[in-house]
Design a protein around this ligand. Sequence first.
Ligand code: CP3
Length: 344
Amino acid sequence: MPAAEAPFLLACRREPVPHTPVWLMRQAGRFLPEYRAIRSRMSFLELCRNPDAAAEVTLQPVDILGVDAAILFADILLVLEPLGLGLSFSPGDGPSLAHPVRSPEQVKSLPRVDVADSLAYVFETVRRVRSGLAGRVPLIGFAGAPFTLASYAIEGGSSRNHERTKRFLLEHPAAWSDLMSRLVDVTADYLNAQVAAGAQAVQVFDSWVGHLAPADYSEAVLPHMRDLFARLDRSVPAIHFSTGTGGYLELVRDAGGDVVGVDWRVPLDDAWRRIGYDRAIQGNLDPVTLLGPREKVVERARQVLAAAGGRRGHVFNLGHGVLPETPVDNVRALVDAVHEWSVR
Ligand code: CP3
């Protein structure tokens, strides 16, 4: 099938589809025994830096689940390493940065990053995945959004309430803006290089931006998101994902993504009406649904499809990533149900 006719890309462009395409955030990961088998032989960062192994785990969900797109196996935090922040992952505790950014002076002294050199292994993975896919489904590249990256850079790891990050943007608005601009620079280069290597869509993950009040989003984040989307290679669709932003989806839309991802806290039909039907929408099943009985998975999936109303431009996904304890059979049942119930 020519790439242009893949249901996932058709839906991103709001063109008619034979069935609603479905893929799942974190579809390559710990819930798959085949992923755990590879991870038992190398650490997470070793896996990310090994293009053969990373390409293999990128392809696993395509073969095992029958999803309509592959997502590159990598991590949003990889760009923080060439910025000199000292990235590591420890089992159980998640990511940790040895040199977090805590002052305006530290922002000023961050190095300029040449992604072609420092993240070459990611682009090599993209090329290997494209050849392994042999046109079966499109490949999505991705990066973290500047706010979510800044929150890891400032907090030094995962955080419940992002206090240090929010204080930084209130106390040091000029340094905050400088940090965001630098993150936009590296993220635009990084995503454009993924597209040059063969990524057929890109997704920007703003996982934690929903912790901000709308006024802070408008002032401290939105101008940088607009700048980022304006600088992306738009020969491929750009998906803008965030969580917890149901209170200001109109602002998220104004950032300029082609496809707006929504979480499960907002009904998909309301979200789409507010975002506007001139954009595609992605979402929004609660990932925890997949831990429940099979009948509920299918029933809730049908409700999401009903909320999309058969309109052009729906990409089915979860509202956030697949949880590690998710039964594989439930995910297969979800993918099959979406395909079956959405046949046009
Ligand atoms: O399948 C896919 O979606 C592609 C691969 C992918 C990973 N991380 C692999 C991963 C993607 C798209 C991401 C994005 C990512 N990474 C986000 C945004 C999406 C989201 O969930 O909100 C964030 C916030 C991160 C940062 C991150 N990476 C954390 C906080 C952690 C530790 C917590 C956890 O889930 O383990 C990671 C590690 C990570 N990234 C794993 C995987 C498969 C688990 C690593 C392991 O095997 O132990």
